[in-house]
Design a protein around this ligand. Structure first.
Ligand SMILES: Cc1cc2nc3c(=O)[nH]c(=O)nc-3n(C[C@H](O)[C@H](O)[C@H](O)COP(=O)(O)O)c2cc1C
Length: 259
């Protein structure tokens, strides 16, 4: 069975902190750039692929937190634009999942980098800033990694880190409401549970609204760290992949309507 769908990528993606000391081959880099260009055109984002700049991650590589991190997708966004942060989360995670299907490892990075050094290699227009990046590259020992079966990778994803429970992800619903919610809602939440989030905080909850047959995503108001809105966008993308066709409105309290 071929595993080429975004849901397959969700099921095997994990944060990768150790990479092989090997540049991304030209063909793969070109395809990644084309993916980013296509997303940028459709979504109005300004993501950029930067290759072979290990200095950006020198401190994290030296401390052992990362190994051989050198390439990144730069998330360049308008300054002080809250919706842009959420959109960057949503669309960059789309690129992450495409890269996962090509056997690449990724790591969202808010802290483990030298942002000023990273900015030197990007095109940043007036009124824009480099907010975050996603490290990308071949996972360490990538030939043996790529030889692993899909089921092995799924099992690793399932067990590699703690996660909030389904009940915590749907904290505003009663057990009766959870049981009565449609399958697409349950699948959406289960897919969001596998999403990356800064410090694994998992700050987003989902509620099914039976009156409008839609889902609502909310940020936990107790979470006030810098990347909450990126995490909201990432979680919404995952939910959408699990739920099937449909569309979100942006923002904390945004709604997903199935089409
Ligand atoms: C917006 C964002 C920022 C992150 N920043 C960092 C970082 O600076 N350093 C790091 O090691 N991991 C970082 N991570 C990775 C998370 O720690 C990781 O996604 C989380 O622990 C869940 O694990 P998983 O991605 O394997 O599912 C970040 C993740 C996100 C979504």
């Amino acid at each position: 069975m071929e595993h080429t769908q975004l849901i397959d990528a969700v099921n095997i993606r994990t944060a990768v902190r150790a990479y092989d000391n090997e540049p991304i081959d030209d063909d793969t880099a070109r395809q990644l750039s084309m993916t980013l260009d296509a997303i940028n055109t459709l979504a109005g984002t300004h993501m950029q692929l930067v290759l072979n700049q290990p200095k950006v991650f020198a401190a994290a590589n030296e401390s052992g937190h990362l190994t051989n991190a050198a390439n990144y997708i730069a998330l360049v966004e308008p300054n002080d634009d809250l919706e842009a942060r959420e959109r960057a989360g949503f669309y960059a995670e789309r690129a992450v999942l495409t890269a996962t299907l090509r056997g690449l490892g990724t790591l969202w990075v808010g802290g483990s980098w030298d942002r000023d050094e990273a900015a030197r290699h990007c095109r940043i227009e007036h009124g824009e800033e480099l907010y975050l990046c996603v490290v990308i590259g071949y996972p360490e020992h990538h030939l043996s990694y790529q030889a692993k079966s899909y089921d092995e990778l799924v099992e690793f994803q399932r067990s590699h880190r703690p996660t909030k429970t389904f009940a915590q992800f749907t904290a505003e619903m009663s057990d009766t409401e959870r049981a009565a919610a449609p399958d697409w809602f349950t699948a959406g939440v289960e897919t969001a549970m596998k999403a990356p989030s800064a410090m694994n905080k998992q700050p987003v909850t989902f509620t099914y609204d039976a009156v409008t047959d839609s889902a609502i995503a909310r940020l936990d108001p107790r979470e006030t760290y810098r990347e909450t809105l990126n995490d909201l966008g990432i979680a919404k993308l995952h939910f959408q992949i699990g739920a099937g066709t449909g569309e979100w409105t942006w923002g904390d309290g945004g709604r997903f309507t199935r089409k």
